[in-house]
Design a binder for this molecule. Structure first.
Ligand code: NAD
Length: 323
């Protein structure tokens, strides 16, 4: 029997979706927290959700053949350490792009219309009709700046245009002229995007190079009515600097699905703001998507088990593997 560990919390529906795809000859081991990582000693495969898999852990797992990330970002896995032990690490490109795009649109509109603050006001017995009118905005006619025009960025670009917003983007890899024309987007330098966008939405992976990309200096370039949306990774934003800007109305608002430290600290000052909308890193997760993700993970595990090659688009540590 080959063993597949699920690390990080996998709720009952996720587990059922994985069980449903499981071929004969495989069994599941649950190790939701690092305290239970001793159960990983004899596992062959890991599907990792939200706990970190660092070098110290990976090095002790003698039987481990493959790590599959449940989702797209892979900053929680030490891909170099895994690669040097000849353990491939794969992600699921595009698997939850639609879900993250939908949350992104929801957040932009909700910040523009102060949805949560007004809802809470009514819930608390008020009728906050006038309080928020001076800070309510229309998306139509605005310029949305997308940082990273990959799977999610492209979907956001496409859908946001149905609100008659214009889209500009910055990406380290520029699209071809044909792709830009088809998507109706224009490429601008990062600084220009910050200066001229009404909404700035981040859709890039977190790396050592772009940690704290949004900080005091970059915020200073933005319009005072700018909205920052982050559904990518918390580390892309210096949270203390963002808090300062939101509290002093240097920015209009923010929508955050991801944080520097997750779960967000109980005493985080962000919790005191009315102009921020926060969700607990759920951008990619909807009930419908569990079965797609389970299928993708098990397909890859079966591939590795039967000695077939991993798709290059899914493999993220090919450069470290022994050829
Ligand atoms: N909130 C969630 O639940 C959730 C779910 C899925 C993905 N994500 C995050 O969203 C990110 C984007 O996902 P995706 O599927 O669109 O990824 P992707 O790989 O398809 O696209 C990323 C794009 O960013 C560009 N890029 C990389 N570094 C850049 C930089 N410093 N500046 C400008 N452009 C840069 C790349 O060229 C690429 O076009 C993921 O890395 C992940 O961290 C979050």
């Amino acid at each position: 029997m080959e063993k597949i560990a699920l690390t990080g919390p996998f709720d009952a529906k996720m587990q059922a979706a994985i069980q449903n795809e499981l071929p004969e000859g495989f069994e599941i081991v649950l190790a939701p927290t690092p305290e239970e990582f001793d159960k990983l000693q004899d596992v062959d495969y890991i599907i990792v959700r939200t706990v970190e898999l660092r070098e110290k852990t990976i090095k002790t797992l003698r039987k481990l053949k493959f790590i599959q990330r449940w989702g797209v970002g892979y900053d929680i896995v030490d891909i170099k350490a895994a690669g040097e032990l000849n353990i491939p690490v794969a992600v699921m490109p595009g698997i939850n792009a639609t879900q993250v795009m939908e949350l992104t649109l929801l957040m932009i509109l909700a910040v523009y219309r102060n949805l949560i603050a007004m809802h809470n006001g009514i819930f608390e017995g008020q009728w906050p009709r006038n309080e928020f009118m001076k800070r309510s905005y229309t998306l139509s006619g605005k310029t949305v700046g997308i940082v990273g025009i990959g799977n999610i960025g492209r979907k956001v670009a496409k859908r946001i245009q149905s609100f008659d917003a214009e889209v500009q983007y910055f990406d380290v890899f520029r699209l071809s002229a044909e792709q830009e024309a088809e998507l109706r987007v224009r490429h601008v330098a990062f600084e220009e995007l910050l200066k001229t966008s009404d909404v700035i939405s981040l859709h890039i992976p977190l790396t050592d190079e772009n940690k704290g990309l949004i900080n005091k200096k970059t915020i200073a370039l933005m319009k005072p009515t700018a909205v920052v949306i982050n559904t990518s990774r918390g580390g892309l934003i210096n949270e203390a600097d963002l808090f300062e800007a939101l509290q002093s109305d240097r920015l209009l608002g923010a929508g955050l699905d991801v944080f520097e430290h997750e779960p967000l600290e109980k005493d985080s000052p962000l919790r005191s703001l009315k102009n921020v909308i926060m969700t607990p890193h759920v951008g990619g997760n909807t009930v419908e998507n569990n079965s797609n993700m389970a299928r993708r993970a098990i397909e890859n595990i079966v591939k590795i088990s039967s000695g077939r090659a991993m798709s290059a688009a899914e493999l993220v540590n090919g450069q470290f593997l022994k050829k």
